[in-house]
Design a protein around this ligand. Sequence first.
Ligand code: GUN
Length: 297
Amino acid sequence: MTVKLLSGTQLAATLREELKAEVSQFIDRHQIKPTLAAVLVGNDPASEVYVRNKHRASQSIGMNSQLHRLDSTASMHELLSLVNRLNADPDVHGILVQLPLPKPLDATSVLDSIHPDKDVDAFHPENVGRILQGRPRFLPCTPHGVQQLLIRNSIPISGQHVVIVGRSDIVGKPLAAMLVQRQCGYGPNAVNATVTVCHTGTRNLSEITRSGDILVAAVGQPRFITAEMVRPGATVIDVGINRVGDSLVGDVDFAAVSPIAGALSPVPGGVGPLTIAMLLRNTLVAAQLQATSRAGE
Ligand code: GUN
């Protein structure tokens, strides 16, 4: 069986082109440039790279991007004051606090302090609750990237068994909440899945993963998904990005799984580039929300 490679790099470029046109229309209509404010505390090298990529991608589609840096010794008071200032700034539409935060800063309190209308990560409890209830304000970036990768490759989701390995607040839990919905704006085949969420405490893990029509690996362990965990012909989505020596490897053993899977997303070049594209979409959605609520529409 030849595996179909699900390229996120190519899809992200298409999505950015679509967004660029929408951003241009929005600017013509409102004379407002959608603006994303990223907050970076300290100088974690991986976070520096993420923030730089986000900045470049925003510029490339005609959005504004601000970077607010705080020293790694910044206090909770300083960080919360910055978030409050950005919450109140009408020229800032989306706010992103780059994680992880240096110790002893408390990420939960900081994320809770971001105004829900500017929470482009969709991490605020109000936004998480809305996703669970099927009336999202913002879709969480990585899960939305996974969903788009499936939709745009004509892989049906409705009625399929989606097995997610990993229960994080950023990927596993919100992805399950999205795909289990009865309906969504992307049409009848984009949701309505039967979803199983597995984790480190799951018994008979391989038995369950082998029953997945779509298997999503989001555990954060290099090459965790081996050949015998995959049903022949299944679609396998690898969300992991693990540094092993000098290279980046996914949560899926790519060499072992590619002869078995029907479709497989590579690492790098799979889900990763889509996360940023979806963040930009959320920034446009935030700007649209704020422009219409200001105009009283
Ligand atoms: N650090 C790694 N991934 C993410 C993300 O999606 N959002 C934020 N804010 N920080 C991250």
